[in-house]
Write a protein that binds this ligand. Structure first.
Ligand SMILES: Nc1nc2c(ncn2[C@@H]2O[C@H](COP(=O)(O)OP(=O)(O)O)[C@@H](O)[C@H]2O)c(=O)[nH]1
Ligand SMILES: [Mg+2]
Length: 281
């Protein structure tokens, strides 16, 4: 297994920006990817949230099953977290996020209102790269305000998005400064939250195939028509063969194979594969 660490300088800068803006914010929206929600927790960020109200979004909930969502939500609620499952692109879910934020501050808003003050809530939207923070903000606003894209690092710097009674601070994705838990680091790499350019994709695919063969033994067989029960490298080569990823000279085109499988996984062409429904130690 390759060791993955990724904490580029721009994340240090982003964390500093977030630290500076904490005082301004009433609460936080913590956007998690439902395929690897526990890997998405960053304890450095959580320290920042301190005692302020926080709403966890299990975003990309369309990429896993309803049963996965129920299991994950139960674990998070047992930790006293507020949880909402969302599809970032859904306007209906954007409205649900808005309502959940208002609900978090219901008492505070009522107290202010009693004094004749219309309070504007300031909410920081945080999470690791590519979980859908900017997309959720756009759905909440009902229009495109924040730049989005299916790779790490689309949001740069800070970005306030203003609605009538809520202001949202979109932030660049930040990783934990180091990964003690390499299973989590691998999950984040599989879902596309780590810059692909720093990864050894071929070795990553072998690790991915190994994990799938334990959790979803039929997923690759169904997609690529390869036999079940092969070793990871045999599976890898069988996928290259079945897809015709062969170089001149007859060598397997491992790179193309890795790109294709990860692309298929990230676009749910391997099915709804949730990598974690409870924390992994
Ligand atoms: N399938 C799926 N894709 C989503 C969802 N929310 C966002 N995305 C996609 O995930 C990618 C990353 O979104 P973005 O908002 O830029 O993520 P950010 O880096 O956290 O701001 C984009 O391609 C979005 O269209 C969702 O709920 N389901
Ligand atoms: Mg963004």
């Amino acid at each position: 297994m390759q060791t993955i660490q990724w904490f580029p300088g721009h994340m240090t800068k982003a964390l500093r920006m977030m630290e500076e803006n904490v005082k301004l914010c009433d609460g936080f929206v913590y956007v998690l990817d439902a395929r690897a929600p526990f890997a998405c927790f960053n304890y450095k960020l959580e320290k920042l949230f301190s005692s302020k109200p926080t709403l966890c979004l299990l975003n990309k909930s369309d990429t896993v099953t309803q049963s996965d969502i129920s299991k994950i939500s139960a674990v998070l609620r047992a930790e006293n977290r507020r949880v909402l499952a969302t599809v970032g692109t859904s306007q209906k879910d954007g409205k649900a996020v808005y309502n959940a934020i208002i609900d978090l501050f219901k008492e505070k808003l009522e107290q202010k209102k009693a004094k004749g003050i219309n309070k504007t809530l300031r909410i920081m939207v945080c999470g690791i790269p590519n979980t859908g923070k900017s997309t959720v903000i756009n759905s909440l606003c009902g229009k495109k305000q924040a730049a989005t894209g299916d790779k790490a690092g689309v949001t740069k710097g800070k970005q306030w998005v203003k609605l009538s009674d809520i202001e949202l601070l979109d932030t660049p994705g930040t990783m934990p400064p180091s990964f003690d838990n390499q299973v989590y680091a691998h999950h984040l790499a599989y879902i596309g939250s780590i810059n692909d350019a720093i990864l050894d994709k071929e070795s990553l695919l072998l690790d991915f195939i190994e994990e799938l063969s334990e959790k979803f033994p039929n997923a690759l067989a169904e997609r690529y028509g390869v036999p079940v029960g092969l070793t990871p490298i045999e599976t890898y080569e069988a996928i290259c063969s079945s897809r015709g990823f062969i170089l001149r000279g007859g060598e397997y085109d491992y790179e193309r194979g890795a790109l294709a499988v990860f692309d298929d996984f990230r676009k749910q062409r391997l099915g709804k594969l949730c990598l974690e429904t409870s924390p992994i130690n």
